[in-house]
Design a protein around this ligand. Structure first.
Ligand code: URA
Length: 197
């Protein structure tokens, strides 16, 4: 991985990290957001799921994956016995995004926005210390693996993010548009579950 310059965010504990996200003005997304979306889940969840960026519902509620893509994500997680709700850490997922603010009209994140937001996600991963990371969609993959290869070329095997096993899969919003790929995403989740056995 290409090292980025150290940031003061790298040493923040949960509460100061939450505050830093909530008050962030590092890019212009702060001008249009209604809420920042920090992430949810157990602070020491064994699973960490990383998506792209808040959409309209997430921006309104300040919670990740609460719209249609989130319902699909929750049902896939439930099928593996996992939940974002209260549960022992081994059944829990911490869900976060590469961007903490919604891009206007859900446009793709821009490189500058990803770079400014990246220290927050990296710090969240360092605090949670997950045993498995599920990177959903190309922006999560770009940010964590520094790869711009298509998901289809990266899925189906176990990568590493700073010593943590990482499995790549399709973004749930993509799966809503391309349900044919749901079976592949399910294979990816099962691969991640195998890593945890
Ligand atoms: N898509 C994402 O990537 N994240 C969300 O939180 C919602 C939709």
């Amino acid at each position: 991985l290409i090292a980025r310059a150290p940031s003061p965010i790298d040493s923040l504990d949960w509460e100061p990290l939450r505050e830093a996200v909530a008050s962030c003005t590092a890019c212009r997304l702060c001008e249009s957001r209604r809420h920042t979306v920090f992430g949810v889940g157990h602070m020491r969840a064994h699973w960490m799921v990383i998506g792209e960026a808040p959409g309209e519902q997430e921006d309104l509620r300040g919670e990740p994956f609460v719209g249609p893509a989130g319902q699909l994500l929750d049902s896939m997680l439930r099928a593996l016995g996992l939940t974002r709700d209260e549960a022992p850490p081994e059944q829990q997922v911490f869900i976060a995004n590469t961007l903490k603010c919604r891009p206007p009209r859900n446009r793709n994140p821009e490189p500058e926005e990803l770079a400014r937001c990246e220290p927050f996600l990296q710090r969240q991963i360092a605090l949670v210390q997950p045993r498995i990371i599920l990177a959903m969609g190309r922006f999560a993959v770009q940010s964590l693996l520094r790869s711009s290869e298509p998901i289809g070329r990266l899925r189906g095997r176990v990568h590493q993010y700073q010593g943590v096993p990482l499995v790549v899969t399709y973004h749930p919003a993509y799966l809503l548009r391309q349900p044919m790929d749901k079976a592949r995403a399910w294979e990816d989740l099962c691969l991640a579950a195998e890593v945890m056995e």
